[in-house]
Every structure is written in structure tokens, then in C-alpha cells.
Design a protein around this ligand. Structure first.
Ligand SMILES: Cc1cc2nc3c(=O)[nH]c(=O)nc-3n(C[C@H](O)[C@H](O)[C@H](O)COP(=O)(O)OP(=O)(O)OC[C@H]3O[C@@H](n4cnc5c(N)ncnc54)[C@H](O)[C@@H]3O)c2cc1C
Length: 316
């Protein structure tokens, strides 16, 4: 259905598998680990990244792809804290090779409840089900991939939900259940300064409710590479066109992801009925429609970005 509707397939990928795919063509001596970037400076000839061990790296262009707490962003635009969105989240993987779960749909599934939702999808070629379980919470939870939680805490949060969800949560590994707080930032008006720019969560951190954060980072990377190739001798033009192509789209995804936090979590029966009825109607009218009404996300084609260069509005 995705190929027919949008010209490409839809893949669910485990983070480690995606990293392996992305890393396989990178020469080992092009990467330095365990060195923290503290900021970027620049002059008319080059940009320089500074690291906490005192070392520096000089380049024509520097791209800060250093995540939601980006030091590059801070050094370009001033320090500014990401804000806690009032949502926290559990993450767990359930292996299914030995014990298949016939009640888990092969498609990504969204389960909505009051002030909470759960998304399930298969990863690792169908060998495991990934669970992302989101709950509203006034309490701040440390932002980390590995804040430990327990199966009991996870199950208590979804007490009374559909039996399929209970059965799935019961199969999570009690020692491998993690939780973290969800943070985001408002869209920026501008990313680049001179020879330095931002990419991915450093530029546009978002709630994961449209499942698009990493997808946006990949689109950014593709478009940036295209623009640098198109303007090999004019780095600032490349960065301006990259930003013109990407900023409005990613800002829309950031804001829409926030809005999904509201519509997924409606609490009153009247609101829930109206939402569910609208989704049912859409499905009846078009069985191939995207369940969460996100066609506009998938219709974008990054590979055609160069065709838009002549009509882009760049920020001076
Ligand atoms: C619960 C949850 C579910 C999600 N689900 C999806 C999904 O289904 N689909 C999707 O597309 N996205 C999803 N996302 C979003 C996705 O994880 C992020 O958008 C994506 O990881 C952003 O990639 P990035 O490379 O920009 O930043 P990151 O993945 O955060 O990588 C930044 C890197 O920079 C390094 N770094 C940070 N600071 C410094 C520094 N000062 N110096 C040097 N290095 C530094 C970090 O160690 C890290 O390696 C989800 C996110 C969450 C929280």
C-alpha cells in the first residue's frame, strides 16, 4: 500500500540495525568516539569545532547533529533548555521468534486511551515486537535511553487496557524495561550561521508521536548532501538552500507531533467517540488511508529537492 500510495516501502527498523546500516560505509579513521564537542567558532575561511579534551577540528562546513541538547546549537544561537512535555514513555522489546504473538498486527498499531497511548510494531525482520508506551505525567523523568523501570510499573500504568495489550506487556523482560521523559523545543526561525548548521534533533527535536524524528534526520542528511554537491564552491548557498528545503517541513512535523499528544490522549467519552468515528469514516472511505491521517508526512520526496532550488525562499 505504501509503495502504491507514496512510491516507497515502509520499514520498521531497530535503532541498532539502522546504526549498522549507516556505519558500514564509514571508514573507521573518519570517526572519533568519546570526545565531547563544546562549541563551534568560524571566520571567513573555515569553521572550527572545539572539544572538551582541548582538541579542535577545522572544516569548510560544520554540521551539529548532536541531538536534543546540542552544544553546537547552543554555541550558534545561545543556551536554551529543552522543555519537558508532560509525557513519559516506556520502551520494551518482546522477542517473538520462539513464541509468536498472533494478536499483534504486522502493521504498526496505535492503541489510544485516556492520557496515554501505546504503539507496537515488529523489528529485526519480525523477530521482536517493539513497544512504545506513552503516559502523561506531571513528574519530570530523567531524559535517557536507559532509565531503569520494572514490568510491574509498566503494567500498573495500563491496568484495565485491552487484553491483547496486557498479554503483550506481560511478556516484556522485567530486566529490560526502560522509561524516559519526553522533551521537545519550539521550531527555530533559522538553523545556519555562516559555515555552521544543525541537523536532526539538534535542529528540530520533536515528540515521537508521528514516529518521525529519525526519519527527519535522514531526510535532512540527504538534502544537505545534495545541496553541498550542487553548490561545491558556495558553502553558504548550500546551507541556505538546505534550510529553505527543510525548516518549514520539520517545523510542521514538530508542531503536529505535539498536537497528536492531545488527540491521541483525549479523556472524555464524547471526544473519544468523535475521534474514533472520524478515523472509522476515513477507513471506510479509503481502506488504504494512513490510519493516523499522516499522508502529508509520507508524500514529501526528498530526492526531488534539487528541482525546488529555483523557487526556494532563503533567509538572508
Ligand atoms: C520513545 C521514542 C520513540 C521514537 N520513535 C521513533 C520512530 O519510530 N521513528 C523515528 O523516525 N524517530 C523516532 N524517535 C526519534 C529519534 O530517536 C530521534 O529523532 C533521532 O534519534 C534523532 O537523531 P539525531 O542523530 O539527530 O540525534 P541522536 O540520536 O540524539 O544522536 C545525537 C548523537 O550526538 C552525540 N552527542 C550529543 N552531544 C554531543 C556533544 N556535545 N559532542 C559530541 N557528541 C555529542 C550523542 O551521543 C549521540 O550519539 C523516537 C524517539 C523516542 C524518544
Amino acid at each position: 500500500m505504501c509503495r502504491e500510495n507514496f512510491g516507497a516501502d515502509f520499514h520498521h527498523v531497530h535503532r541498532a540495525d539502522l546504526h549498522a546500516i549507516l556505519c558500514k560505509d564509514i571508514a573507521a579513521d573518519h570517526v572519533r568516539f568519546n570526545t565531547v564537542c563544546t562549541g563551534v567558532t568560524q571566520d571567513a575561511q573555515s569553521a572550527t569545532a572545539h572539544f572538551d579534551d582541548g582538541s579542535t577540528f577545522q572544516a569548510d562546513i560544520i554540521v551539529g547533529a548532536d541531538g536534543i541538547h546540542s552544544a553546537v546549537r547552543d554555541s550558534l544561537w545561545g543556551a536554551d533548555q529543552a522543555s519537558f512535555t508532560g509525557h513519559m514513555c516506556w520502551r520494551a522489546l518482546v522477542p517473538v521468534e520462539q513464541h509468536p504473538l498472533p494478536f499483534v498486527s504486522p502493521d504498526a498499531s496505535f492503541w489510544f486511551g485516556p492520557k496515554a497511548h501505546i504503539v507496537t510494531y515488529y523489528v529485526k525482520g519480525g523477530a521482536a515486537v517493539n513497544i512504545v508506551a506513552v503516559n502523561e505525567s506531571a513528574d519530570w523523568v530523567a531524559e535517557s535511553w536507559t532509565e531503569p523501570s520494572t514490568r510491574e510499573e509498566l503494567m500498573a500504568a495500563y491496568d484495565g487496557w485491552h487484553q491483547n495489550i496486557i498479554d503483550l506487556l506481560q511478556r516484556t523482560d522485567p530486566d529490560q524495561t526502560f522509561k524516559w521523559g519526553l522533551f521537545d523545543r519550539d521550531p527555530m526561525k533559522q538553523w545556519a550561521k555562516g559555515r555552521a548548521t544543525l541537523l536532526g534533533d539538534a535542529a528540530h527535536p520533536m515528540l515521537p508521536f508521528l514516529s518521525q524524528g529519525a526519519a527527519m534526520a535522514l531526510e535532512d542528511a540527504f538534502v544537505l548532501a545534495e545541496m553541498i554537491a550542487h553548490f561545491p564552491a558556495d558553502h553558504e548557498a548550500a546551507l541556505k538552500c538546505y534550510e529553505a528545503e527543510r525548516l518549514a517541513r520539520t517545523a510542521r512535523v514538530q508542531l503536529e507531533a505535539r498536537e497528536r499528544g492531545r488527540t491521541y490522549h483525549l479523556s472524555t467519552p464524547e471526544e473519544q467517540r468523535a475521534r474514533d468515528e472520524a478515523l472509522r469514516k476515513q477507513q471506510a472511505e479509503n481502506p488504504n488511508a494512513v490510519g493516523i491521517k499522516a499522508e502529508w508526512v509520507y508524500e514529501y520526496d526528498a530526492t526531488r529537492c534539487k528541482e525546488r532550488i529555483g523557487t526556494m525562499e532563503t533567509v538572508e
